[in-house]
Design a binder for this molecule. Structure first.
Ligand SMILES: *Cc1c(COP(=O)(O)O)cnc(C)c1O
Length: 229
């Protein structure tokens, strides 16, 4: 079941790349394993997946400790400053940096642990009240300020688009995020590359790829519905 799901997602990623003239190698599939047991992660690993996304610090660190093999862990959820210390030396990428104070804390813990941490700035492209993330106008400033901090590198942008039944509704938001990344890249800020665009989830990753996503975060489409308890 999981294996077929992964194959289907990979096929759709390939097709979306071909449609938009992109090389499928430019797009990395992140399996969002939040709420799912470690046994599901092992099953996904058997299909060749090495990138996993979690949105809670405790769940991420527990799974990290349990699974001893080297995987790329992605922190994709809202991150509290007092929990930064638990993950800076465990994650490949923090997608959800949405304030200067959080960037500062990541920098501080990175320096303390003598690691370099790659981060993305989370942008609330649709300006939804309920969502975390910076407005487009605030983003450039945060990129600039965060880039000046030691121990962290700004690699790009991330967004969580609105929930919708029609992925076409989100095309404009994905296009806006890409354009924002291009605009920021043109400023040639030291210690900043805009090479990573984390956008697209189960409902809309194909459209996101057509608009330039390099990381797609797929949960339900791989693991099935989540069981919250
Ligand atoms: C849960 C989650 C996902 C995956 O959502 P699906 O719709 O199940 O693919 C992606 N990104 C973030 C930030 C999430 O919290």
């Amino acid at each position: 079941m999981l294996k077929e799901n992964v194959e289907q997602v990979r096929e759709k990623i390939r097709a979306a790349c071909l449609r938009s003239g992109r090389d499928p190698k430019e797009v990395t599939l992140i399996a969002v394993s939040k709420t799912k047991p470690v046994s599901d992660i092992y099953e996904a690993m058997d299909t060749g997946i090495v990138d996993f996304g979690e949105n809670k610090v405790q769940e991420l660190t527990e799974k990290y400790e349990t699974i001893k093999q080297p995987l790329n862990w992605h922190m994709i959820g809202h991150l509290q400053r007092n929990k930064v210390k638990y993950i800076v030396d465990k994650v490949k990428l923090i997608h959800s940096v949405d304030s200067y104070r959080l960037a500062e804390q990541i920098s501080k813990e990175a320096v303390k642990k003598n690691v370099d941490v790659d981060i993305l700035i989370e942008v609330n492209v649709a300006e939804e009240e309920s969502k975390f993330g910076m407005s487009a106008e605030e983003t450039t400033r945060l990129v600039r300020d965060a880039a000046a901090l030691p121990g962290i590198h700004v690699r790009g942008l991330m967004t969580v688009a609105p929930f919708t039944d029609d992925p076409e509704d989100n095309r404009g938001y994905f296009r806006d995020l890409k354009q924002l990344a291009v605009d920021i890249d043109r400023k040639n800020i030291d210690n900043v590359t805009m090479s990573v665009l984390s956008m697209g989830m189960t409902g809309d990753y194909e459209v996101a790829i057509e608009e330039g996503a390099t990381l797609v975060r797929v949960g339900t489409g791989i693991f099935g519905a989540r069981n919250y308890h």
